[in-house]
Ligand binder design. Structure first.
Ligand code: ZN
Length: 309
């Protein structure tokens, strides 16, 4: 079935990484299987960070191996550096994303690398991928994180984001992504950033956006992204992970609500909303007490309206 918008489910990575309690590997695999069965075309299943820094992701290779058995699923992962990329390739990921924080302060605090050092690391990643046989080479995306603003630095100049996208393009990344890591973004800012990157790097270099709903702007930004022509939107089931500094706010935009909006607009996601809502039970059982968000889950699917499934 052909789809108009690819929803990339990032809950097993972005949602879980901010939760202390470790979700058992079997439950992660059950979640991924169920969400694939509901029609999700792409899932970011884990992160290849050092296990001692993030025990939640220690089983990333096992989870990728399981996800690879689901025929037709694009298996995405996140890596912080070349070492993580090597592990992701060995595990068999189809798509790898490395976050590159547009706030240098955030970058130093997060991965202890300034911008020059991150660009050098990205260059090493591209050089490594050149040695990987085509059949095993994942698509390599650089996620421009904190592109809309940073909790430490505050506003991030748009000219810097566009310049960094150009540098990354010149280094040979397959694509860049725009990430509103902190939930600072607004739709007009998204349009300016997208148009700036498209004119500097080429339209093909930016197709995906990673939105958070920290300040309730997630779906407004998602609508702008769709109208601009973005084809991949990240979201997480139940907005898992929440936001540590905004109680009651979901983390990523909520997959169920995003599917509802897109399908109600007549855009095909390939996802069966009823089956998707049922997947929440797996999270509730494996992570009891962990808040799950979502207006559609709370209000229900209106009778006789909407999703074509
Ligand atoms: Zn995120």
């Amino acid at each position: 079935m052909s789809i108009d918008i690819t929803i990339s489910e990032v809950g097993p990575r972005d949602g879980l990484q901010s939760i202390e309690r470790i979700m058992p590997t079997a439950a992660k695999c059950a979640w991924i299987s169920a969400q694939f069965a509901a029609g999700t075309p792409e899932i970011e299943v884990g992160s290849f960070v050092p296990p001692k820094l993030l025990p939640q992701m220690a089983d990333a290779a096992e989870v990728v191996a399981h996800a690879r058995t689901l025929e037709g699923l694009t298996v995405a992962t996140l890596v912080p550096n070349l070492r993580g990329l090597e592990r992701a390739v060995a595990a068999g990921a189809h798509k790898v994303s490395i976050p590159f924080s547009m706030s240098e302060t955030h970058s130093l605090r997060n991965v202890r690398k300034n911008h020059a050092e991150m660009l050098a690391e990205i260059g090493r990643c591209v050089a490594f991928l050149d040695t990987v046989p085509d059949a095993e080479r994942p698509r390599f995306e650089v996620g421009l994180s904190t592109a809309f603003g940073c909790t430490i630095e505050g506003p991030v100049p748009e000219s810097r984001v566009i310049a960094m996208a150009e540098r990354v393009t010149a280094l040979g990344a397959d694509e860049v992504g725009l990430s509103d890591t902190t939930g600072y973004g607004n739709p007009v800012q998204l349009r300016r950033l997208a148009e700036g990157i498209w004119s500097a790097c080429g339209r093909h270099m930016l197709n995906g956006v990673h939105l958070h709903n920290t300040r309730g702007q997630g779906l407004a930004n998602a609508l702008m992204a769709v109208e601009l022509g973005f084809t991949t939107l990240d979201s997480s089931l139940g907005g898992l992970g929440g936001c540590p500094w905004a109680p009651g706010a979901s983390g990523n935009i909520v997959t169920e609500d995003l599917v509802w909006m897109l399908e109600a607009m007549g855009l095909r996601t390939g996802i069966d909303l009823e089956r998707l809502l049922a997947v929440r039970a797996i999270l509730q059982e494996a992570l009891p007490g962990e808040p799950l968000y979502g207006f559609v889950a709370d209000a229900g699917i209106p009778k006789g309206v909407g999703p074509v499934g």
